[in-house]
Design a protein around this ligand. Structure first.
Ligand code: ADP
Length: 508
């Protein structure tokens, strides 16, 4: 895929996802506003209903309203009694066994297991359910008694005495009506005397300031007569519900998550396309380099052959030898090139295996150096060796270790812009043999050091036309080291030379 097409695609994607996020945010805001409006409408409806009920109420109605509530409570008390009876009936074996369960004074009193009695978990459950219901029922009875008393305390003949309103009744009417209108958040309720800014009533745990400053403020005339006192029913709701509890928020979170997921997938696809493109470029470079690398020796060899055919040239033994040397040198270069390519391809196969035997690393180093004598002579270079004693046995594949050394020395000479001076050091560390190949060449930048062992990777400055290569040499070296369970590292500074350090495990 072309670079500008990639940029175009990414831009379109970025614009599309940003638009999506903006649309999503504005939709969320809109639906939050709608929910808020719906909520307000429901609250207003509920309070309107309660207030209009209260507005129409005469004091007698007020009492009968209270009476209706009392009846309702008794119905609930009956319900609870019935449930308790059910529990006793279902668990009759337990409840009628006086050796295991005792009641307080009567069967309507709390039940408890006799000390030392063993109860099954179902039985324990039944007992605790019974006691809980009993407790709740008793509380309800107490409540309705006191409510009843309070109802009776309403002064029927009072004209507008706000202090004598039946606030708990008003409170429960509002709560009921809110539930009927679909408001499932429990509000704090208060009655505010606006002129004096006094709360005549506020439900438990309510913050008086919240109630005084609330937007949910409804004027009402509890006795059907207009009051100068500015009496208000005020409501305050606890802070906004948790993030995940509302449907709107849930959908927003899901869609933000989806957008993030799509973005992630897009980035992964872009990266894949990008690395694919890079690989393509590397392959093209490889083919170009390869063609050039093979074409040059072939051209040199054919030229040398032509010269050898010329009788005036062949008559001179020294010139003839020179041409023969050129042919053999070029031939060797091609052989090494093809060998590295073949070995690298072989190693990539899964079933590749080494042919290890006991080897002497120092003598392999010395014989590798021999191959570079001519090249070093031409470049006025030197190779210095510090070969230490190796305390232990190195089991390795000599062919691959030689190739490895060859590649590293070849690079040390290739990537040097003046006379190459190379130092090869070997030494033993506990359990390992270390081989260091240091040069005074062009060096490698930090960001390239991470990649030089990757297949086909070439440092772009290393790609100048006089330094040819395929980017497979160091990859091959790294594979050889890994197959021998060793490690390789590089330390280098641009312009200061490079040192490749190889560590291979020794057997004692
Ligand atoms: P190549 O065929 O390009 O030499 P390698 O895999 O051997 O491939 O090396 C990869 C890259 O690492 C090279 O392109 C070169 O830029 C850099 N490199 C390798 N060895 C050295 C070195 N001794 N000094 C400087 N750069 C090096």
């Amino acid at each position: 895929m072309k670079r500008h097409l990639l940029i175009l695609l990414s831009t379109i994607f970025a614009i599309a996802s940003i638009s999506l996020v903006i649309i999503q945010i504005s939709q969320t805001k809109k639906s939050a506003k709608i929910s808020e409006n719906l909520f307000n409408i429901s609250v207003n409806n509920a309070i309107d209903k309660v207030i209009s009920q209260l507005d129409q109420m005469r004091v007698e109605d007020y009492v009968s309203q209270a009476e209706r509530h009392r009846l309702q409570r008794f119905r609930r008390i009956d319900d609870m009694n019935e449930k308790m009876q059910d529990i006793i009936r279902i668990n009759s074996e337990l409840f009628y066994d006086e050796n295991r369960v005792l009641f307080g004074i009567s069967t309507q009193d709390s039940a408890f297991a006799k000390p030392g009695t063993h109860l099954s978990s179902t039985e324990e459950n039944a007992l605790s359910q019974y006691n809980t219901l009993l407790n709740a029922r008793n509380r309800l009875i107490d409540n309705s008694k006191s409510r009843n008393n309070r109802n009776n305390s309403i002064d029927i003949n009072t004209t507008i005495d706000a202090t004598k309103l039946n606030y708990p009744l008003l409170d429960s009417l509002i709560r009921e009506e809110l539930i009927i209108n679909g408001v499932d958040i429990t509000p704090y309720i208060g009655v505010l005397l606006s002129d004096a800014d006094t709360l005549l009533y506020s439900s438990a745990d309510a913050n008086p300031n919240d109630l005084r400053n609330t937007a949910y403020k409804y004027s009402f005339h509890p006795h059907g007569i207009s009051s100068d006192e500015n009496l208000f029913v005020v409501l305050a709701f606890p802070p906004a519900p948790m993030l995940l509890s509302s449907d709107t928020n849930r959908y927003t979170i899901i869609s933000i998550f989806m957008i993030l997921l799509i973005t992630l997938l897009f980035i992964i696809s872009l990266r894949t396309i990008y690395s694919q493109r890079k690989l393509d470029e590397m392959k093209t470079d490889f083919i170009n380099n390869m063609t050039h690398e093979i074409k040059t020796p072939i051209a040199t060899i054919s030229l040398a052959c032509e010269m050898l055919e010329d009788e005036s040239v062949t008559s001179d033994a020294a010139t003839r030898l020179n041409f023969i040397n050129i042919i053999s040198d070029e031939n060797r270069r091609m052989r090494i090139l093809i060998e590295t390519l073949l070995q690298s391809a072989k190693m990539s196969r899964k079933n590749f295996s080494l042919n290890p035997k006991e080897i002497d690393l120092n003598s392999l180093v010395l014989s590798s150096i021999q191959n570079f004598k001519l090249t070093l002579q031409n470049r006025h270079g030197t190779i210095e060796t510090h070969l230490g004693d190796i305390n232990g046995t190195l089991f390795a594949d000599d062919l691959h270790i030689s190739n490895m050394l060859h590649n590293l020395i070849d690079n040390a000479i290739k990537y040097s812009d003046h006379e190459p001076h190379i130092t090869i050091t070997t030494r033993t560390e506990p359990g390992h043999v270390i081989c260091e190949i240091a040069d005074n060449g062009i060096g490698i930048a930090k960001e390239d050091q991470k990649h030089i062992f990757e297949k086909f990777y070439r440092v772009s400055t290393g790609d100048v036309h006089n330094v040819k290569g395929f980017g497979i040499g160091l990859n091959y070296v790294a594979q050889v080291v890994a197959l021998h369970k060793g490690s390789i590292s590089v330390s280098s500074e641009p312009g200061q030379g490079s040192t490749f350090t190889i560590s291979l495990p020794l057997e004692q």
